[in-house]
Design a binder for this molecule. Structure first.
Ligand code: NAD
Length: 317
């Protein structure tokens, strides 16, 4: 698969997440052509108009328009942010089942267009929906991946940067597993520059504590809930995380990002999509990085993957 010189993205789902991504793409000049597709065609048209009116103020010459599934044919990346919201009284599984229906209505026409690129999924529960997308599309697993714990990892780095008073970009730590309740931070792998965070704790005379680290990881796990309670939805952070992934693809960066990828025996796990550090480039997920997890961390990852397996197996596709 060779990506074109014209970096084309087909964005499906022009809600808050989709449009935060689109707005960040425009501001970062991260693609050349962006087609907006939504069940609500009028909304997609309005969003295209609104974004186009920002073009004269941007350094970008992006071609932006509302389109149809036929426009996915020559897209390099199809990005899926479409989904339905949880109804009151609806179980997680019922929501999942409805979102699987949404994906059936999307992925069929995407593939019928002749699409032959990469697929990036943000719809929640993202690890399961990415696996659904892989199954329905028939694309190779390395070409279908989800946002995984990319946003959670960014939240972690932000909080760690504040705690240790350094730029978050100098904090190297990951949130791994399910993008959800069973996600966790393998602290044995957390570094400030090249210095292990746990070593800094030992040498800090109680200034930095394990309890504070646990509070940080809990803050990451509950961040979405806190934002939703305050403003109903989260979208800027995820939109920017998606642009970061997009840049890694178009720039063929081989950057390490915690996307949701299919595991093929890494960490002792198979046939499950989970957020793990992956090398991402023009061909998609080039490989999964296997961290030297401690036995307890390995168990936590296995438990998180078991949660994901169970949800997927309950689904009727
Ligand atoms: P939203 O309701 O604002 O937008 C959803 C869009 O999907 C709407 O425009 C709707 O018309 C469209 N849609 C619904 N069914 C469709 C179909 N069958 N075909 C085409 N389009 C369809 O929701 P949002 O706030 O943008 O969130 C979108 C998804 O992203 C949700 O599943 C949300 O949970 C998820 N999300 C993921 C992360 C992450 O870290 N992965 C973070 C935040 C939100």
């Amino acid at each position: 698969m060779v990506l074109s010189d014209n970096r084309k993205i087909a964005l499906i789902g022009t809600g808050m997440v989709g449009m935060s991504y689109a707005y960040a793409l425009l501001n970062q000049n991260a693609c050349d052509e962006l087609v907006l597709i939504d069940l609500d065609k009028r909304r997609a048209e309005g969003e295209a108009m609104d974004l186009n009116h920002g073009l004269p103020f941007s350094g970008s010459h992006m071609k932006i328009y509302a389109g149809s599934y036929a426009d996915c044919k020559n897209a390099d990346i199809v990005v899926i942010c479409a989904g339905v919201a949880q109804k009151s009284g609806e179980s997680r599984l019922e929501l999942l089942q409805r979102n699987a229906g949404v994906f059936r209505s999307i992925i069929g026409p995407v593939m019928e267009s002749g699409f032959n690129g990469l697929m990036l999924v943000a719809t929640n529960p993202v690890d399961i929906m990415t696996r659904v997308a892989c199954k329905l599309s028939g694309l190779a697993p390395g070409r279908v991946f989800g946002t995984g714990t990319a946003l959670d990892t960014a939240r972690l780095r932000y909080l760690l940067g504040a705690y240790f008073s350094v730029d978050p970009r100098n904090m190297h730590a990951y949130v791994i597993g399910e993008h959800g309740d069973s996600e966790f931070v393998p602290w044995s792998q957390a570094m400030l520059a090249t210095k292990p965070v746990l070593r800094i704790l030992e040498q800090s005379d109680g200034r930095f504590t394990r309890a504070a680290l646990e509070e940080i990881s809990e803050g990451v796990r509950s961040a979405a809930q806190q934002i939703i309670a305050a403003k109903k939805a989260t979208y800027y952070g995820i939109g920017m995380a998606m642009v970061r992934i997009t840049r890694a693809i178009f720039g063929n960066e081989s950057s390490i990002l915690t996307v949701s990828a299919m595991l093929h025996g890494e960490y002792g796990q198979r046939e499950v999509y989970a957020g793990v550090p992956c090398v991402v480039g023009r061909e998609g997920v080039l490989r999964v990085l296997t961290l030297m997890l401690e036995p307890k961390e390995q168990e936590k990852l296995a438990a998180s993957c078991a949660v994901l397996q169970k949800s997927y197996q309950q689904l009727q596709l």
